[in-house]
Design a binder for this molecule. Structure first.
Ligand SMILES: *Cc1c(COP(=O)(O)O)cnc(C)c1O
Length: 311
């Protein structure tokens, strides 16, 4: 159900940063176009037969929703994805095509979440949360096992950070193998919910602005039980990444590696290009977490960069 994704060396990024090596972990090639199938599969395969019979439910519109739909399809179990009326039709279609039922209700994400809670009580469906669940966190951690089986001497891992399931899983697994490994969390300036929550010592909401890294938008949940303490414990360095740096990262991997990635996946490359941290002499891995972006947005970002370069 999961692809073991390759590590691609980037001689160019090693040169820019003075690192010994820089490798890109290509989760943009994962089934459904993002790493989220790892957590979803680990969670859903751990359900009892009785729970599988009842089916699962989630309210994510993005990569997590797709992952739950995909895994449910493979397992032959029922999956319901709750969406608001504002979710773009190409996303609704993608989720339906993977075989999930879509329940469209309400004008906002909050109303979609209300519908989700009603369905959990009324139909006894099993919630599959996007990040704050030990089985989801452990599933994302398999990325670290793959990286360290190929590069046992990796010193620095650059991980995009939003709800924190990805970073918590990778950091915990990596540090249990190599306690000295340096974990860098990359949040976006437009929506640094995890960073603000770490400062406050409890989950806080931040004002959310649009970002080209839309998979990193969103809060960490009013009630956060797992990812906030784990991210606090296992992250060695935090960086805030700008929209400009994200675009630089997307453009760099296209120009130099012919890879198409979404904004959320490009934060690490953007930070390396701008030399936001000292990685001289290190073995560095940056995670390209997904490729879910529509053609129109993608072309416009790359095109702007090409016009800037020509001038
Ligand atoms: C979900 C997601 C992230 C962030 O993962 P969290 O567990 O929420 O921190 C990063 N990149 C992509 C492409 C994602 O879909």
């Amino acid at each position: 159900m999961i692809l073991q994704t390759p590590l691609l060396p980037s001689a160019g990024l090693a040169k820019i940063t003075g690192a010994r090596t820089v490798d890109l972990k290509l989760e943009c090639l994962q089934h459904t176009g993002a790493f989220k199938v790892r957590g979803a599969a680990n969670k859903m395969l751990s359900l009892s037969d009785e729970e599988k019979k009842r089916g699962v439910i989630t309210f994510s519109t993005g990569n997590h929703g797709k992952a739950v739909a995909y895994v449910a399809g493979k397992m032959g179990i029922r999956a319901v994805v709750c969406l608001s009326e504002h979710v773009a039709s190409y996303r609704v279609q993608a989720i339906r095509q993977l075989g999930a039922e879509v329940s469209v209700k309400g004008h906002s994400q909050d109303e979609a979440e209300k519908n989700y809670q009603d369905l959990v009580s009324a139909e006894g469906l099993i919630p599959v949360l996007p990040f704050d669940d030990p089985m989801i966190i452990a599933g994302q951690g398999t990325i670290a096992l793959e990286i360290l089986s190929t590069l046992p001497d990796a010193d620095v891992l650059l991980i995009p950070l939003s709800g924190g399931g990805l970073l918590a899983g990778i950091a915990m697994a990596a540090k249990s193998i190599n306690p000295g490994i340096h974990i860098v969390g990359l949040s976006i300036e437009q929506s640094p919910a995890m960073l603000e929550s770490l400062k406050a010592g409890r989950p806080v909401q931040v004002e959310e602005k649009d970002s080209i890294a839309d998979s990193l938008l969103g809060g960490i949940g009013y009630v956060n039980r797992h990812t906030l303490p784990l991210v606090e414990k296992f992250t060695d360095e935090h960086l805030l990444i700008s929209e400009e740096e994200i675009k630089n990262g997307m453009h760099y991997v296209f120009e130099n590696h012919r890879l198409i990635v979404e904004g959320a996946a490009a934060v690490g490359v953007g930070a390396l290009i701008d030399q936001r941290m000292d990685v001289k002499g290190n073995t560095v891995v940056t995670l390209l977490s997904g490729n879910s972006i529509n053609s129109r947005d993608y072309v416009s970002i790359i095109q702007h960069r090409l016009i800037d370069d020509d001038n």
